[in-house]
Ligand binder design. Structure first.
Ligand code: CA
Length: 676
């Protein structure tokens, strides 16, 4: 009997069995039996546990009950078909039914409880002795909720327990709505919560949530498509394309090795192990409903599970997510991303007392990964006003980094974004926050990323610092003489295969000391246990009340001491680093990247570039006969930029009106071939 033929007529059992198998994918019988053995022996006669506060129930006791059900139904488990265990499952479920616990946080009531109960009931459908029908029916009734539609990841989370209930009751109407709402979030929106036109993801307003709520969206969508594949409820082709695009071009790109970019986890950055992607079998499931891209999914599975190196299958890419203020630059050797905020978006949220100290996370934070684990679980000991990449006040303690208002605060400036051809690009951030102003820009190439800052001002009493990195200390720090010295001659440093060059020196400080902290100070759901880790930290000190300070540094991820010494410094020419124009020419790649914070002219070494509006510009093949001009308006305001340009390969100056994308695509890059 073919599954698909059967599924056409009677999808309920097929789906139910898929869910049942899925729930057992990663079960290890021995530790499960030990865990369950402990819990069911401690269960009170009335079906409660003494250590659970039923007035404030979170994951337990439903997780314990589900574990008991899992052990009970598995022939490979020591507790398989154990009659005492069966009695304990019945008692504990009856107790839940009678007590009807509620949590202050709606998420437990409307998502976790119904999901966990639904899963337990589905597992018990595979039991030799099932649950008493009256108990099962009462629990099925208990998990009925009204769906909050149009709520992105939350909607699909709620629709998942609809799916469980539909299979348990074999109710077509319930399955119809489960399928509808499971797939509802798989759509492209502009400005509302969900997948954006640039491929990023919003939740809680216009806030980048690529691997926080976007992770829930991806996981739920994959599971739904996996459960419903081959039935009349299968994910429609157009939505499959949206999901596959999100996974391939956004979500999976934010995972280096098996670790997330810290810029995409939202307030979850403050949770232990939150950078571990833990994708498990998720990517493997996609193959079953998207066999076309099987080679890609296989490579992703091998890379994210750590079975292959972090570089495995990584293709050079540069994504400018102009809706979210997020830039992601990938090379086989490294990931380098930047997160910023603007008046169009919300700053990284604090919520439910999570991410308490993340005040500066959206101020140009740069995530630099090689192995992937450079920042994993380092957050409890981070100095939170020295987030990599950011320019901020250096407070005497981390209280200065406290986020004072929950659920996201709008950014303060509009000139935030960048230009990209999909492989190279430049990003900029007009910083004006916490009494600090700066013009920050990042120029992305192959071997290196050039970071420039200009117009750094503050009237606060603290020193203003730009942090280059704050990561796990691993191995020696090798540096040029006088790394600590003030001055204007080049200094460099190498740590954990990442090189840092400061072409003009600067007031550099570097530390490689133990730092202490705990998870609780950044997230009140976490432990207070004191933690001590060795941290590599390097920053530039601009001093107190800088009036027009700046910085230049080049990051070379994936280098060695020999490569760094031999690295040809003349490849990078910083043409301008002022608060009006920041421009870098890469001689080897034959490209120019520039940020114009206002209308202006860049005229240097026979190169002439004039723009009549603020914009970001990138010229590829600049010395060739037919260079390509890429241009974008980070402020997302102008329909046209008039450009006058004189390049070495062109016999005369060119003048052109560049029409920029508008509507939902305002801020995206336009390209123009320049011909004689
Ligand atoms: Ca500090």
């Amino acid at each position: 009997m073919g599954i698909s033929a059967n599924a056409q007529n009677e999808p309920f059992n097929v789906i139910l069995q898929r869910i049942n198998n899925d729930l057992q994918t990663f079960v290890k019988d021995k530790p499960l039996a030990e865990e369950v053995g402990k819990h069911f022996k401690n269960l009170n006669a009335d079906g409660s546990w003494a250590d659970i506060n039923y007035a404030d129930v979170q994951y337990d006791p439903l997780k314990r009950i589900k574990d008991m059900a899992t052990a009970y139904i598995r022939p490979s488990n020591k507790l398989y078909n154990d009659s005492e265990l069966h009695a304990a499952i019945v008692r504990s479920l009856q107790n839940w039914l009678d007590k009807n616990p509620k949590n202050k946080n709606w998420w437990y009531n409307d998502i976790f409880y119904p999901q966990a109960i639904g899963q337990t009931l589905i597992l018990m459908r595979n039991a030799k002795t099932g649950l008493p029908a009256t108990l099962e029916n009462a629990l099925i009734k208990r998990i009925i909720r009204k769906l909050k539609t149009g709520d992105g990841a939350n909607t699909s989370d709620e629709a998942l327990h609809y799916l469980y209930r539909a299979c348990l009751t074999q109710n077509k109407a319930t399955l119809d709505s489960a399928a509808k709402y499971l797939f509802e979030p798989i759509a492209i929106t502009d400005g509302k919560e969900g997948v954006q036109v640039d491929g990023s993801y919003y939740q809680h307003g216009k806030q980048q949530a690529i691997a926080s709520y976007g992770r829930v969206f991806a996981g739920n969508s994959i599971n739904a498509a996996f459960y419903l594949r081959g039935t009349q409820y299968a994910l429609p082709k157009d939505q499959l394309a949206i999901l596959v695009n999100y996974l391939k071009n956004t979500f999976l790109k934010t995972i280096r090795g098996s670790f997330y970019d810290f810029n995409v986890r939202g307030r979850g950055i403050s949770r232990k192990d939150s950078l571990s992607s833990g994708l498990g079998g998720m990517v493997n499931k996609i193959k079953l409903f998207d066999p076309e891209n099987a080679a890609y999914w296989n490579a992703s599975t091998l890379r994210t599970s750590g079975k292959k190196p972090a570089s495995y299958g990584v293709v050079a890419a540069h994504n400018q997510y102009w809706k979210s203020g997020y830039t992601l630059h990938l090379r086989p050797a490294y990931t380098f991303s930047v997160q910023t905020a603007s008046t169009r978006t919300l700053r990284t949220e604090r919520g439910n007392n999570e991410n308490i100290l993340g005040k500066f996370l959206p101020d140009g934070a740069t995530n630099i990964q090689r192995s992937g684990s450079e920042y994993a679980n380092l957050m409890p000991v981070w100095e939170w006003d020295k987030i990599p990449g950011t320019t901020s006040r250096d407070y005497p303690d981390d209280n200065g980094a406290t986020v004072l208002k929950e659920w996201g605060i709008p950014g303060t400036t509009k000139f935030v974004g960048g230009v990209s051809d999909g492989i190279y690009g430049v990003s900029c951030y007009d910083l004006n926050y916490d009494s600090v102003q700066a013009k920050k820009a990042w120029f992305f190439f192959d071997q290196e990323v050039v970071c420039l800052g200009a117009g750094i001002r503050s009237d606060s009493k603290e020193n203003i610092t730009t942090t280059i990195n704050q990561a796990w200390s691993r191995g020696d720090i090798i540096s040029s003489n006088g790394m600590q010295a003030k001055g204007d001659s080049e200094v460099w440093a190498l740590h954990d295969s990442i090189g840092y060059i400061f072409p003009q020196g600067g007031n550099l400080e570097i530390s490689n000391n133990p730092q202490t902290g705990n998870w609780y100070r950044i997230n009140h759901f976490q432990r207070k246990t004191e933690i001590k880790h060795n941290v590599f930290k390097v920053w530039l000190n601009h001093g107190a009340a800088p009036q027009n300070a700046g910085y230049q540094y080049i990051v070379l991820p994936g280098t060695s001491i020999n490569a760094l010494k031999k690295y040809n410094r003349s490849m990078i020419q910083v043409l301008k680093n002022t608060e009006e124009i920041q421009a870098v020419k890469h001689v080897g790649l034959n490209m120019l990247q520039a940020v114009f914070y206002k209308a202006g002219t860049l005229s240097v070494n026979g190169l002439f570039l004039h723009v009549d509006q603020a914009c970001t510009v990138y010229i590829k093949d600049m010395n060739a006969k037919s260079p390509v001009l890429y241009i974008a308006d980070p402020a997302q305001e102008h329909a046209t930029v008039h450009v006058e340009i004189k390049l070495p390969g062109l016999s005369k100056a060119k003048s052109m009106d560049c029409n920029l994308p508008d509507g939902a695509f305002a801020g995206a890059t336009a390209s123009f071939k320049i011909k004689e």
